[in-house]
Write a protein that binds this ligand. Sequence first.
Ligand SMILES: Cc1cc2nc3c(=O)[nH]c(=O)nc-3n(C[C@H](O)[C@H](O)[C@H](O)COP(=O)(O)OP(=O)(O)OC[C@H]3O[C@@H](n4cnc5c(N)ncnc54)[C@H](O)[C@@H]3O)c2cc1C
Length: 648
Amino acid sequence: MIETPTRPPAGKKVSPVQPASGATTPQQQSAPEPGELIDTSKMSEGQRAALELTEAAREQADALSFASGLFMGSFDFPAEFPLQSTEDRDQGDAFLQKLEKLLREKVDPDEIDRTGEIPQEVIEGLAKLGAFGIKISPEYGGLGLSQTNYCRAAMLLGSYCGNLTALISAHQSIGVPQPLILFGTEAQKRKYLPRVAKGEISAFALTENNAGSDPATMVTKAEPTPEGDAFILNGEKLWCTNGTKAGVLVVMAKTPAKVVNGRSKDQITAFIVETDWPGVEIKHRCRFMGLKALYNGVMTFKNVRVPRENILLAEGKGLRVALTTLNTGRLTLPAACVGLAKKCVEITRRWASERSQWGAPIGKHAAIADKLARMAANTFAMESMTLLAASMVDRDKHADVRLEAAMCKMWGTEQAWEMVNEAVQVRGGRGYETAASLKARGEEGVPLERFLRDCRINTIFEGSSEIMRLFIAREALDPHLKVSGAVLNSKLPMSVRLKAAMKAGMFYLRWYPKQWLPRGGAQGSLFRKHLSYAARTSRRLARSLFHAMVRMGPKLEREQLLLGRFVEIGTEIFAITATCLRARALLAREPANPDHAGLPAMVDYFCTASRLRIEEKFRAVTKNSDRAGYRVAQQLLSIPKNGAANGH
Ligand SMILES: Cc1cc2nc3c(=O)[nH]c(=O)nc-3n(C[C@H](O)[C@H](O)[C@H](O)COP(=O)(O)OP(=O)(O)OC[C@H]3O[C@@H](n4cnc5c(N)ncnc54)[C@H](O)[C@@H]3O)c2cc1C
């Protein structure tokens, strides 16, 4: 639910998947100061402030992660998909069985949707199971389950009830537990983790009326008291999920600016705030198109005294807290989307075989068969990407998965929306009818109408699709910016730029020819051709990105649609890789499992379809209507407010 047009911070460590052995990455060279990377001289004040703030919140990664390597042509995929160990799986199963029982016996998602309320009994039931502390260590009263098991829980919830998914996810993925696990002092952990693990609901408050995707425009303020032992918080936060039920919040606020290199720099600080403190109020409960039982509110803070010890990480590091929290927090939504997508496949599969029109089950008609195949294959891909990213976190809590998670979020939420939409289409008029109405006239209450309303928000919050593309693009460009950003930065003295040009020349003399050389292909025979294509295409992607940089220079940063295509190609390569490797691992582990019989054909189909999408995007890099479209939009924007938009 936070976005930034630039990129989030990285932990110091990287994912277990390292770049091509021996390859020198720009990260290993001495990194320039953030201000040297991007030329801000032609930006408006607002653009510069937003960029500088988010750039300052970033940390440097030591090396390329698997996904960022894709954009540099150093495609180093793991030899084997890290399937969940039996021990970890058993631990997860024990919890999931209880959760599933609770959902089956106590939760009626259509009733929750109709009333706009989650029964207290359900919230208490979830708390009793430990569902509010899935990843919190047992030392602090939680279940201590892995990221993979947490994702599996999100899949189960996502297949059942969007409102419960949002309650649990906003609490755990962005609310108090995750930033506290990552950044809390021991005293903060001892004080708050047992409370939130037991079921005291938490929330995350960043968004304001004028600060949506751009946190730099935030106006909520926290001023230090004269004694300096506390801050006085004033402001208003919009759309705070769980806010109307929460006992404790993470609140982002501006603290006094600091002078850095002679310039005043805004500071954003993250505070843990208890909702029963004087001055905290719920001004309004917001209601939405879907997620009718979201406890989402406008929260006001009037002279709230927050002790200094409730600062998370440090004064001025709030954005870093928020961005790092989201690195793994962002995996929850795509996991929930996997659950939803599986449900859609199940509904579509049944209906496509039961329903006959024009003398045959509708699944026999090619137009419907195509939808079913696409839904099933994309669901498997989405699950493979999410589980691969989750396994990286399980191997190393500080793994740099920000790109993988962002790709899962962007691709997964867009696919899920597409799939629910297609499932509605396959069910025809029944897809559009509410579950209650279907039931009332004696049919099965299939809740696709609710699914469609509930899942629309997924491409908007926790980083909108547009912002995710910018976010990933910033990451993809980072190695190049580190090498050549200073060369193109007109704000820097010529001597600095010349020195940078020599360094960049040396780097590209070595790097560029390598992007044309054939390299060792994929190991193993199953799906080898797809994995080899992915490796080859990663180098083609690196070359195309480089050519675009040479063609456009610093302007490339502003070419959102072009960069978006590179991001989509990188994401498809990630999807092909995760899909092939997971299918290969599943088939190797259980060759006789009848559930896996259709896997090779489905994986082949997914990779062929993905390849076609990739080729189309490469073509559009040079042949597109981007500029013409931009001109039309600007013409429309120039029409006075009350003028007719099309004038016809
Ligand atoms: C149901 C719901 C729950 C939420 N929960 C929380 C919560 O718990 N905590 C919290 O802090 N916030 C929460 N939010 C806020 C949510 O994260 C924001 O809606 C989101 O950040 C987008 O901000 P905005 O709506 O102001 O859109 P804007 O930032 O105004 O964006 C409008 C449109 O412009 C696009 N856009 C913006 N900037 C750019 C750019 N530079 N380039 C290209 N396109 C751009 C966006 O993608 C979007 O399509 C919630 C919102 C909703 C609706």
